[in-house]
Design a protein around this ligand. Structure first.
Ligand code: PAF
Length: 285
């Protein structure tokens, strides 16, 4: 059995541990999470391990990235199980801050990353990325890691965080890690736990439609026509609501023209709702 994972809950305790490692010349990798961990998160730990001598995970269900009416209260919380999984994956320390360590009384600062935050998720969850940017900036300042790893599953979030780190001269290298998928292609997500068995079958079509969209775009099909076909395919697959399915420039997520994509690196991204579950996914073109 793996030894119990040390857990710290305050910034001074976190810094004491990290400063001791740094004094020995060890590089530190951070994997921020909201818990309810699965194989996808453990792959982020492996990516951090490959680039650092010590790996810490953070676990904080961040209220400011949930809008009123979203699933903040229902979000699965399983700290003991998460800590055991992290220990087994080779994580060295868990930072599970008390809420006042992130949002002290009187907290008044919000970070907004304009541009890349605005479309797609930004249109459907207007305050989401300022909540993410604020908490991630805090975690990067609190831990001052050499590298921090985020999943490509939340592709727009990854681009927002890269922009944030560049704009604020944060010295941490931001790494994107490939999405881990179930055998039928569904991207692993803590929210997949909300799906009923029939919904779980429908959900696998999200990846299939995105893969097909990426393929036809790479073959030169015009963007507008390919997006319309993908939208049709998602609705016929049984999703209840289609929020978006679009091809975008891969880095800043700006709009592509309606014609063939040409040589520009592009990404296809979608968000759908199925029963009470909201699913997002993306693929490289
Ligand atoms: O991707 C997540 O789990 C969260 O958005 C993050 C990066 C941990 C910030 O709360």
């Amino acid at each position: 059995m793996d030894a119990a994972l040390p857990i710290v809950r305050t910034v001074p305790d976190l810094r004491r541990r990290l400063d001791a490692w740094r004094a020995e010349g060890q590089r530190i990798g951070l994997v921020p999470t909201m818990g309810a961990l699965h194989e996808g998160h453990l792959s982020l730990i492996a990516q951090a391990r490959a680039r650092a001598d010590r790996v810490i995970a953070s676990l904080f269900v961040n209220p400011t990235q949930f809008a009123p009416g979203e699933d903040f209260e229902a979000y699965p919380r399983s700290e003991a199980q998460d800590a055991a999984l992290l220990a087994g994956a080779g994580c060295d320390l868990l930072f599970a801050p008390t809420p006042d360590q992130i949002y002290p009384p009187g907290f008044s600062t919000t970070i907004t990353v304009s541009g890349v935050s605005a479309p797609l998720e930004g249109e459907n969850r207007p305050s989401h990325f300022s909540g993410v940017a604020t908490v991630v900036a805090k975690l990067l300042i609190q831990a001052r890691p050499d590298v921090a790893v985020f999943g490509e599953k939340d592709y727009q979030q990854l681009q927002v965080i890269k922009r944030l780190a560049r704009d604020l001269d944060l010295p941490t290298r931001i790494i994107g890690a490939p999405t881990v998928r179930a055998p039928d292609g569904l991207a692993l997500s803590s929210r997949n736990a909300y799906l009923t068995p029939p919904e779980r079958e429908i959900a696998a079509n999200l990846n299939r439609v995105l893969l097909n969209l990426a393929r036809v775009l790479a073959q030169g099909e015009p963007v507008a026509a390919a997006e319309a076909e993908a939208a049709e395919a998602l609705m016929s697959a049984g999703f209840d609501v289609l929020e978006y399915v679009q091809a975008r420039h891969a880095e800043d997520l700006s709009r592509l023209g309606p014609g063939p994509i040409g040589a520009a690196p592009a990404r296809v991204l979608a968000a759908v709702r199925l029963g009470k579950t909201r699913l997002i996914d993306n693929r490289a073109v």
